[in-house]
Design a protein around this ligand. Sequence first.
Ligand code: 5AD
Ligand code: SF4
Length: 427
Amino acid sequence: MNFHDSEKLSAMLQQMGYLETENKADAELIIINTCCVRENAELKVYGNLGELKRMKQKNPDLLLAICGCMMQQKHVVEKIQKSYPFVDLVFGTHNLHRFPELLNNAYQMEGLLVEVWDHEEDIQEDLPVQRKFSTKAFVNIMYGCNNFCSYCIVPYTRGRERSREPEKILEEVKELAQAGTLEVTLLGQNVNSYGKTLEETMDFADLLNQINEIPGLQRIRFMTSHPADFSEKLMNAMANLQKVSPHIHLPVQAGSNRILKDMNRKYSREQYLEKISLLKSKISGIAISTDIIVGFPGETEEDFQDTLDLIRQVEYDSAFTFLYSIRTGTPAANMEKQVPERDKMNRFNRLVDLINEIGLKKNLDLIGTTVPVLVEGVSKNNPNRLTGRTDTHKLVNFDGQESHIGTIVPVTITEAKTFSLLGTLHK
Ligand code: 5AD
Ligand code: SF4
């Protein structure tokens, strides 16, 4: 979400005549687009501000702006006003489209300009986007979240759920496909509840059906899905629509029913596992990834064992793993029995070991198979190799020619690592 917001900011800057610098020290304008989901990301921002203060002292003409969902929190803006008064402009997520005007205003005034809107407005269409990749693109289909998971700050900073009009989404994807984009990732905090705020009767499976028809487009991906809203109709759409990738990112967060209830996740481990087995029966070879939080308040070793057990049953291809982080203003922040850091770290390490072990095993199973790879570019670690992704979103490095970039080619897998695969072009 933030990455895609940055693509919009880049495009607005480009329209204003700005050029991107390779080197931070050459910049006349620096914008930090923040995330507030976990404390670590917030701490990084304050760390960066220390460095930027020194840059600003050397070059008083440097303009500093901070935006993103961290700014949607009052206490953060107050902290910046008090402790980082050298910042020139602060704005939030709901008024991103006002950035060009705010930037002009910031240039014309002394001191810090703050404009953060408490509430979301109607969806802003027609914002420019400067796409960072030519083969794949992100497309927002909805904004905000109504779920209020007890640990999560997003509903407070991104506002209530709003779906984009399907015509606008289709128009954007068609334009992308015509310009050569092969893969789109449809974005929303909970794509499974797409359509609820629309006047017409339409859900996410219907939207996938229509996007699947767009000529030129090869792959459709989406994130994130909430397990409670993940319907059989959607599973059938995934199974039947040829362009929809056989991959699902389905955050489970925890494997213990008690913790899931306290998290306000609205499903039990049994319901989650049932959906996974139905999905596996409908789409053979489907890749499954997830998000897991360890150390949620009140989590015992037994609860944690339930999480490990669920991971073994699902056999995830990969997972994003997080240490629970207190977010001021969320219900979980005030829960008793916060888990000591030492226990959290200890569980986290065991969790990562298991995830990696299963991820490697699943990758090893692919050796000898031939898979379609969307070639994204030259490998960062080895300039003689190309890099791309399978339709299950696995990273593959292989020997190929530059002319393969931007196409889908068959690659035979020869070697497997925990986070990537090695292969040769299938002739
Ligand atoms: N602490 C740790 N992880 C969190 N996430 C969201 N809020 C928190 C928090 N307070 C994780 C969830 C979510 C992912 C985007 O971030 O796993 O799915
Ligand atoms: Fe946060 Fe839950 Fe909404 Fe995801 S579904 S954004 S975790 S409140």
